[in-house]
Write a new protein. Structure first.
Length: 406
């Protein structure tokens, strides 16, 4: 017990003394080395305004009719006037019937090819078989299955054709099967009822996205809109169940009619172009200024128009966005880091080893706390280039090239 007491009396004072020495050295080093460092990094600064408004397109809703619908168009697929968009059928078994009819026709076509006297033989037949096999192998190895169904069907036809030529037993079986399939096909066609085809009344891009505003908003109602009038659009209730199966976007032209702070009215020129960043999208879309309203109650309505990117704007409707007037990319540094050398050149000091080195820069943009700059070497041989990742020196006292900072 006594030994423990003696050790405690010796060790504890030593530990306290060590802590005090460490704190003292830290304070002394802080006085001796008053420099802070911050990493320079690449960033973007923009001048922009917040907008809130409506996206309006040239849209033609497509009535779905009553019954089960089988679409024949993919999302954003181009459709010509008079082309089929969908099939509507009353009988729930109709689609099964159609699939059986298609398969019967495919089988019958393959047998007719195999048994037809003028179908290829010899080297021509072997070449067709090899070509279809190569196409199938390529599709399997690359994962590109475009045209695979055609290659599969050709391979099937040529195999049947060769069997028909080399085997009398196979030829008799195919002749019999062809007669049966022909009878079945005729019977299936005879009971083909209950389907209605929906045709496109105009050319356009098909979209299955519906929000109920397709018949409530039109491009004609956008001209001469006021802030109050645009606000009234928000009171319109969309149709909950329109009965449409989709829509055709009949023109690449689309509009964004938005309200902005009236202080930005002078920044817009009719016919001028701006970048608009919709909050729902990841990239900026370039649009042209179509019209600018009078400032009312501190707000202005600007109508923007675009003939591009209609697929990206397909699902936009009531949208918040930023109208980007200018955007610059450079290296961001704190304002307190900027220095001017004896020649009047703006720049920053960066830590290189233990020393500070001057890096001349040009200011591109600024905000409350930072500058966006780019390197500004004197010529092509000047190695004093500021780069992202450099440690920029922050100091309240005088800096010069070569000064020890760490």
């Amino acid at each position: 017990m006594r030994t423990t007491t003696i050790l405690s009396k010796i060790v504890i004072p030593i530990l306290i003394a060590a802590i005090l020495v460490y704190l003292g050295l830290s304070a002394w080093m802080g006085v001796r080395n008053p420099y802070d460092f911050v990493m320079a990094y690449t960033d973007t600064m923009e001048t922009s305004a917040v907008a809130q408004g409506w996206v309006v397109r040239h849209e033609q809703p497509i009535s779905g009719g009553n019954g089960l619908v089988r679409l024949r168009r993919e999302q954003d697929e181009k459709v010509g006037k008079g082309q089929a968009i969908a099939e509507v059928y009353q009988d729930e078994h109709y689609e099964e019937h159609q699939e059986e009819l298609r398969q019967t026709q495919t089988d019958l076509t393959a047998l007719q090819y195999a048994t037809y006297s003028l179908s290829p033989t010899g080297a021509v037949l072997e070449e067709q078989m090899l070509s279809s096999m190569t196409a199938l192998q390529t599709a399997a190895s690359t994962g590109n299955f475009a045209g695979m169904s055609e290659a599969t069907e050709l391979y099937r036809k040529t195999v049947l054709r060769r069997e028909y030529l080399v085997s009398e037993e196979a030829a008799q079986a195919m002749d019999a099967a062809g007669w049966v399939l022909n009878q079945k096909y005729n019977e299936l066609q005879a009971v083909q009822t209950g389907a209605t085809t929906i045709w496109a009344d105009a050319a356009g891009v098909f979209s299955s996205h519906l929000d109920g505003y397709e018949t409530l908003l039109s491009t004609s109602m956008l001209e001469a809109q006021s802030p109050a009038g645009l606000e009234r659009l928000s009171q319109i209730e969309p149709l909950a169940d329109s009965g449409y199966l989709g829509k055709l976007i009949t023109s690449p032209e689309w509009f964004y009619c938005a309200t902005l702070d009236g202080d930005y009215a002078d920044r817009f020129t009719v016919g001028g172009k701006v970048n608009i960043h919709f909050n729902a999208l990841t990239s900026n879309l370039k649009m042209k200024v179509q019209s600018v309203s009078e400032v009312q109650d501190g707000q202005v309505v600007v109508l923007f128009r675009s003939n591009q990117d209609v697929e990206q704007a397909d699902q936009l409707r009531r949208e918040a966005a930023r109208v980007v007037f200018t955007s610059k990319e450079g290296i961001r540094v704190p304002k307190e880091a900027l220095r001017v050398d004896e020649d009047g050149q703006a720049g920053v000091y960066v830590a290189s080893g233990h020393n500070a080195r001057f890096r001349p820069v040009t200011i591109l943009a600024e905000d409350e706390v930072s500058y966006l700059v780019e390197a500004d070497p004197a010529d092509g041989l000047d190695t004093r280039i500021l780069r992202a990742g450099d440690q920029v020196v922050l100091a309240s006292d005088t800096l010069y090239d070569g000064k020890v900072v760490r």
